[in-house]
Design a protein around this ligand. Structure first.
Ligand code: HAM
Length: 426
């Protein structure tokens, strides 16, 4: 048997319905803040990520799905969305649009990661980027949109962790301090961190290995060595969020796994996933577009990990989406009975009910069993007698009662008995 590659998933119904509902909610909330969708290629020139995400990052060093196409060009399945958005901004001249440019995106990303809970090799992100505003207000806006979206899904226990990474100019000072403190213990660092020492020392702060954690506890937080200008910026973000009653927690040791960040960085963690696993990450990247050869245009944004988000989705949202009542339509004959069932299915579906029409010539007894297995709340039976009478038999599968209902009234009667789209879907 051929199996799917490790780290990929099949999202089956009805779980897939949750994905569609989450994405619909994202479109609704984010477009309300002025963010419309940009649809980008799933593969890009490898160089985009090497330059954008950063040569020394774990993503570029060991997690990219890179391949040569038939003409020998090096392409990479996108490991994240921001570099692609920046490329598209430059390539399509979005600098000509009224600034700032607000963009949303969603779709699959690919990273060759070690398998563990909530970590996949193909995973989906939902992200926002705002390009062309270097103000704290732009950071506040994306966090407001994020918070509004999460609240719409019913989350009330998520924590936004916020930090100031400083500007790139502050970094050599910080790295020098970090190395000064860690130098005597350099041999005790894990293999990855010994490599990070030269490629990306900042990432040592983020290592999950116990001994490395103990050692970095001695290093002052990155925010302490950041310039006053960056502190003023992130303090302003924090103050504005407080005004909006959006709770954030300062996380002075938060660093991010991509090189383009400066100043504001943040993550959202869920108690349901454990403190280490972020369901969202983001921050400011004012040099990225220029580093990719474009104009000097600042940006800030985030990406939510949709797989992880769905894993901890509040039960009320799950139930609202998955709880749509099912109605089984059971033609007892071929021909006209089937056509009548389909006509009724069309009316019921239009009212937000989920219909399943029997199309495999089951006997009535078998069809009713099938309906119960589908968890149908009602069955609508149409045979020769019903066609002649102009009325279907509507059976309540919870109570077992049955009544004749004129075809024209079936949709009203069934929808009236079962919660309709207003109560189920909003
Ligand atoms: P990131 O922190 O690498 O940031 O990814 C964002 C989110 O994607 C993570 O918080 C996590 O929920 C999810 N994620 C990442 N890797 C995996 C994985 N292997 N399996 C499941 N979920 C995963 C970025 O990608 C930045 N582009 C975010 C951003 C946008 N910054 C500014 N704008």
């Amino acid at each position: 048997m051929i199996q799917r590659p490790r780290g990929t998933r099949d999202i089956l119904p009805p779980e897939s319905r949750l994905w569609a509902a989450v994405e619909a909610e994202a479109h609704r909330v984010f477009s309300g803040f002025g963010y419309d969708e940009i649809r980008l290629p799933v593969f890009e020139p490898t160089e985009l990520f090497v330059r954008g995400v950063g040569e020394g990052t774990d993503i570029v060093r060991k997690e990219m799905y890179t391949f040569a196409d038939r003409k020998g060009r090096s392409l990479t399945l996108r490991p994240e969305g921001t570099a692609g958005v920046a490329r598209a901004y430059i390539e399509n001249g979005l600098g000509q649009w009224p600034a700032p440019v607000r963009l949303a995106y969603m779709g699959p990303m690919f990273r060759y990661e070690r398998m563990q809970r909530g970590r996949y090799r193909q995973f989906a992100q939902i992200g926002l980027e705002i390009l062309g505003a270097d103000t704290p207000a732009a950071d506040v806006e994306i966090l407001l949109a994020l918070h509004t979206f999460l609240a719409a899904l019913g989350f009330d226990d998520l924590v936004i962790l916020l930090n100031n990474l400083g500007d790139p100019e502050d970094r050599p000072r910080f790295i020098a301090r970090l190395k000064e403190i860690l130098e005597p213990h350099r041999a005790e660092l894990c293999g990855d961190c010994r490599q990070r020492w030269t490629t990306n020392p900042l990432r040592i702060l983020d290592c999950k290995v116990e001994r490395c954690r103990e050692l970095v506890a001695e290093v002052p937080p990155v925010s302490e060595l950041a310039s006053d200008a960056t502190r003023t910026h992130v303090d302003a973000v924090e103050a504005a969020l407080a005004e909006l009653a959006i709770p954030v927690r300062r996380a002075p040791r938060l660093v991010r796994g991509l090189d383009y960040y400066l100043r504001t960085v943040f993550e959202v963690v869920s108690p349901g996933l454990g403190g280490d696993t972020a369901i969202c990450g983001g921050g400011r990247y004012d040099r990225l577009i220029a580093d990719l050869g474009g104009p000097q245009v600042p940006g800030t944004g985030f990406a939510i990990g949709e797989d992880r988000l769905i894993e901890v989705l509040p039960s009320a949202f799950r139930e609202r989406v998955l709880g749509r009542p099912v109605v089984a339509l059971l033609p007892l004959d071929e021909g006209a009975a089937v056509a009548r069932c389909f006509a009724l299915a069309r009316e019921l579906a239009a009212r937000g009910l989920v219909t399943h029409t029997e199309v495999t010539r089951r006997s009535l007894k078998a069809a009713l069993k099938w309906a119960v297995k589908l968890d149908a709340r009602a069955a609508v039976l149409v045979g020769a007698n019903e066609l002649e009478a102009g009325a279907a038999q509507v059976r309540d599968l919870t109570e077992g009662s049955q009544e004749a209902v004129a075809f024209v009234d079936v949709a009203d009667v069934v929808a009236g008995r079962l919660p309709g789209p207003e109560t189920v879907l909003r």
